[in-house]
Write a protein that binds this ligand. Sequence first.
Ligand code: NAP
Length: 279
Amino acid sequence: MRVTILGATGLLGKALMQEWEGNQVTGFGSRDADIRSEQQIADVIREHKPDWIVLAAAYTDVDSCETNGDLAFEVNTQGAVNVARAAKRAGCRLLFLSSDYVFDGTKTTPYETSDARSPRSVYGKTKAQAEEQIGGILPDSCIVRTAWLFGVGGRCFPDTILKLAAARETLDVVDDQRGCPTYSRDLARAIVQLCGKKATGIVHVANEGECTWFEFAREIVRSAGLNTVVQPTTSDKFVRPAERPKYSVLAPTSRQQHAISMPSWQDALRRYLAERRVC
Ligand SMILES: NC(=O)c1ccc[n+]([C@@H]2O[C@H](COP(=O)([O-])OP(=O)(O)OC[C@H]3O[C@@H](n4cnc5c(N)ncnc54)[C@H](OP(=O)(O)O)[C@@H]3O)[C@@H](O)[C@H]2O)c1
C-alpha cells in the first residue's frame, strides 16, 4: 500500500511517520505541499500515486483562528476540499482528521458520530464544514475525529504543564471542560489500522477514559513526580478568544465497530512521559 501523509511535520504527522510500518509512506509539510494549492496537491498525488492520503494538515491554533478566520477557512475547509477533489480524480482513498470541537458541548453523555455538528469556534466551524464538503465529494472517505492531542515533537498541554510546574509552586487549571486526552502515537496506530481495514465514515478515536483539564494536569504533575499543587478553577477566570465546548467526550462506539482498541489516557500519559525523557 502506498500512503501520502499531508501534515507530516506536525504532532500527529511525526507520530504517523514513526508508527507506520510495512507500507510505502511519504510525508509532506506545508513547504512541499500546501493544501491551499490545488496544483501542488495534484502534483504530489501524480508523482506518488498513493492508495491512501492521510490529511493531518491543518491550521490548529484554535485561538488564532478566531482572528484569522479567512486563513483558517482557506486551510482547514478549502484546503481539505482541494485534497478531497484531488483524491477523487486520482481514485485514492482519503482519511481526514477532524476534531471534537465540531460539537457545542451541551451534551452530558459521550458524543456519538450520529450527533449533530454545532461548533462554537471558528476552528470548529472550519472542521465541521470540511467534514460536510468532503462527505459530498468522497462519500467513501474516512473522517477521524480526535481530541486533546498530546505527544513529543510539538506544543501540547502536558508539555506546557510540565514547564510551568517546574517553575511554580501552584498551578490553577480549569475544571469545567471535560474531554478525552489522546496520545499521538496511539492515534497514529489507530489510523494505520483504519487504513488497513479500508474504513469509511466518521470514526471517533481518543484514548480510553475522560477527564477535565484540571484532572489531566494533576495526573501529569503526579506522574512526573513533581510537588507542584494543582488547583481547580473555572473557564471564566481564563477567558480565551475561542470558546471551547464544556463537554466533548467522544464515544468509543465507532472505533469499537472497527475493532480498534485504545489504551487509557493515564497509560498513554506514562508512555508519553517516558518518551519525553529520552528525547
Ligand atoms: N492538536 C489537537 O489537540 C487536535 C485535536 C483534535 C483534532 N486535531 C486535528 O488533528 C490533525 C493533526 O493535528 P496536529 O496537532 O498534529 O497539528 P500540528 O502539530 O499543528 O501540525 C499541523 C500540520 O499541518 C501542516 N500545515 C499547516 N498549514 C498547512 C497548509 N496550508 N498546507 C499544508 N500543510 C499545512 C503543518 O505543516 P508545517 O509545519 O510544515 O507548516 C503541520 O505539519 C489536524 O487536522 C488537527 O486539526 C488536533
